[in-house]
Design a protein around this ligand. Structure first.
Ligand code: G6Q
Length: 549
């Protein structure tokens, strides 16, 4: 038995889950007028309502007891203190230091990290200002109009999601584009309308070894040099963000154009560092700082609020409750705010790459379900696609509904329609529609008894499907910063509760190695590699068809 499952609090929750499965949230609501007040929190950036979960005060008490047994508070302190909690890579986890602008707040191995962070911010500000004001010129003396960020995974998802979410706040003095896929179609499409004389590339790669990014960077460099007829043009059109300065300068990027990254910042937690450069260029430095301030506000909440009023902790505990104890295997992220249309993809990486693992800190197989798969879509589009499954399939999918009181782009008559759906869906997922109600409704519509008998079972919605509601006042750099940090700390807390190393990504590393070897075979080199028969034949087929073209 693993350390977690032998805890008394774990066993209590297992037994309690059996009882709770017999309950319906409808009854929990009708029995308790105070349920919303009991199970919601108001934070500066948003209202967090978790009352539509299959929980009672006893459930929450049991969950907080488990959190304490798992020493969540002590682990939280270790993270903020810079202990090397990323044990498999022997690294600290200090993305929180990136958004703490108080000096001397963080030290690591005797070094003042806050100074480093502030220096990096000064470099970001100076560069951003130059590009945005047109002081930075391309090889022919023209100002930069377009910035293309080349990077993948953590070096793409965060910055791109934020750029999309905060489009409304951009003055469009420079257009920012993203290239992440090694599929040449993407870079070709992005570059087609651009003018090399006015385009600046940011090569974002912590390791500066990622094949996809290097391939795209080479293509971009060729594109530029072909236009400039001069390799020296690279200095005016390429900057890099990397922890590997050697590789970045070997690639041809000038030392002064390389922005630092550190091994205590994980890729998927790095948008707050110079990896966020495209965000700062798009919005201006001051708004980038507001994003950091929003995240810092959430860091302070996570660090200081008691577990019982701690939003990220509660979210992690509910995920554990819904998945590990009640048996859900996936979780939907459903933003009802168009600017957040890339949030689900971002959170997919954040949670699944962090906690999608099955051995504990000691490297032993865990004997309990860990985290769900994350999926979703902008809410309204989802309603007309997969919500059928959310309402009536026999898999219960807990969902986070994220919306805003005010739209950043108000168009008369639209926002209330959007939000009416937002509220209606969580109500329906919770309450459902029972057979008696269905029959009464059909009868009121004058349907025959025969028709009612035939159709009624299909129209029953069992309800009892858990949702969290996160209601922002409005999307802004600050509220978005808080929202992202909320999920980051949820993910950290989940990892502690489940005893999972949240900050490595060996599954991603495996893929990087595998493709490199096969690529040599595809380019014609004989390989000593022996594949399974399926892979061998697929490669053979690919090469034979390619040879005929
Ligand atoms: C994130 C992961 C992964 C990484 C990419 C890109 O936490 O480590 O998504 O960000 O593989 O890596 P580089 O930034 O090193 O190119």
């Amino acid at each position: 038995m693993s350390a977690r499952t032998s805890l008394a609090s774990w066993k209590y929750l297992q037994a309690h889950a059996k009882q709770m499965k017999q309950q319906h949230m409808r009854t929990l609501f009708s029995d308790n007028d105070n349920r919303f007040n009991e199970f919601s929190l108001k934070l500066p950036a948003f209202l967090f309502d978790y009352s539509k979960n299959l929980i009672t005060a006893d459930t929450m008490q049991g969950l907080f007891g488990l959190a304490r047994d798992c020493e969540l508070e002590q682990w939280r302190e270790k993270m903020f203190a810079g202990e090397r909690i990323n044990t498999t890579e022997d690294r600290s986890v200090l993305h929180v230091a990136l958004r703490d602008r108080t000096t001397k707040a963080f030290t690591l191995d005797g070094e003042n990290l806050s100074d480093k962070v502030n220096q990096a911010l000064t470099q970001i500000k100076s560069f951003t200002d130059k590009v945005r004001t047109g002081q930075w010129k391309g090889y022919s003396g023209k100002r930069i109009t377009d910035v293309v960020n080349i990077g993948v995974g953590g070096s793409n998802l965060g910055p791109q999601m934020v750029t999309e979410a905060l489009k409304h706040y951009s003055d469009q003095s420079v257009s920012v584009h993203y290239v992440s896929n090694v599929d040449g179609t993407q870079i070709a499409d992005v570059l087609r309308p651009l003018d090399p004389e006015k385009t600046l590339f940011i090569i974002s790669s912590k390791t500066f070894t990622t094949t996809e990014t290097m391939t795209n960077a080479q293509t971009a460099m060729k594109w530029l040099v072909t236009s400039a007829f001069d390799q020296n043009a690279v200095a005016k059109h390429f900057v890099a963000v990397s922890a590997n300065k050697e590789n970045a300068s070997a690639f041809g990027i000038e030392q002064q154009n390389i922005f630092d990254m550190w091994d205590w910042v994980g890729g998927r937690f790095s948008l707050w560092s110079a990896i966020g450069l495209p965000i700062a260029i798009d919005l201006g430095f001051d708004k980038f700082i507001e994003l950091l301030e929003g995240a810092h506000e959430m860091d302070q909440h996570f660090k200081n609020a008691p577990l019982e009023q701690n939003a990220p902790v509660i979210m992690a505990l509910l995920s554990l409750w819904n998945c590990t104890f009640l048996g859900s295997q996936s979780q939907a992220i459903l933003p009802y705010d168009q600017p957040l249309h890339k949030l689900t993809a971002y959170l997919q990486q954040a949670e699944m790459e962090s906690n999608g693992k099955s051995v504990n800190w000691q490297g032993e197989d865990v004997d309990y379900p860990t985290v769900p798969s994350i999926w979703g879509e902008i809410g309204i589009n989802g309603q007309h696609a997969f919500y059928q499954y959310l309402h009536q399939s026999n898999n219960v999918v807990p969902a986070d509904f994220i919306g805003s009181v005010q739209s950043v782009t108000p168009v008369q008559g639209h926002h209330d329609t959007l939000m009416a759906n937002f509220f209606a869906q969580t109500e329906a997922l919770m309450g459902g529609v029972d057979e008696q109600q269905v029959r009464e409704d059909l009868k009121a519509k004058g349907r025959t008894a025969e028709y009612i008998d035939k159709v009624a079972p299909h129209k029953v919605h069992k309800g009892n499907r858990p949702t969290n509601t996160i209601l922002l006042d409005q999307i802004s750099p600050k509220s978005l910063g808080s929202l992202i940090a909320l999920y980051e700390h949820k993910i950290f807390s989940q990892g502690i509760l489940l005893q999972i190393c949240s900050f490595d990504q060996w599954g991603v590393e495996l893929g990087k190695g595998l493709a490199n070897k096969i690529q040599q075979e595809l380019s014609g080199e004989e390989s000593a590699q022996i594949h399974d028969s399926s892979t061998t034949e697929l490669i053979k087929y690919y090469k034979s068809i390619k040879a005929k073209k």
